[in-house]
Write a protein of this length. Sequence first.
Length: 182
Amino acid sequence: MTLGLTLWYARVVRGFLALAMLAGVAATARTLSLIELVQKSEIIAHGKVRSLETAKDEAGRTVTRVELDVDEIWKGAKTNRLSLVYEGGILGERRVTVLGQPNYHPEEEVVVFCVRSTAGLLVTVEMAQGKFVVVRDGRGGVSVHNTVFGAIPSGPPAGGYRPPYQLPISLKDLQRQVEESQ
């Protein structure tokens, strides 16, 4: 084996080890309770994503601005529009993903728990933990799912058990619990 090929293999192995360490760190992140999310939030809003705009910030990082049409404010100053940011997004042909950041989509109905960053910009509390997706079933049922641990569950998992943090909750129950936690 040539020296160049050996160095290439060594870099690949180091890359896999780095990814494994990152996955281990992500897997050990503490899940906050709803009460903790409420306490950390300046604003809690229910609304629909109007638009996304991705650009480079002053430091050269890829940042996405989310414009949210607000239906209800559950905590904080009343407003009909929120603008929040997260690191990552799609800019041209390049996608930047930051582990743990929420993803937002146009027309997506959400409940967001927000706080101001040190730069004064609104961000989702505890990354993806502070974003809940509202799902309407077409029969009048409305449930809310936190997707921090994967996609919205579509049915019972293998074995029939779903951890409590993956269970859907009704929008009204979430709002009641938020109000009781303030």
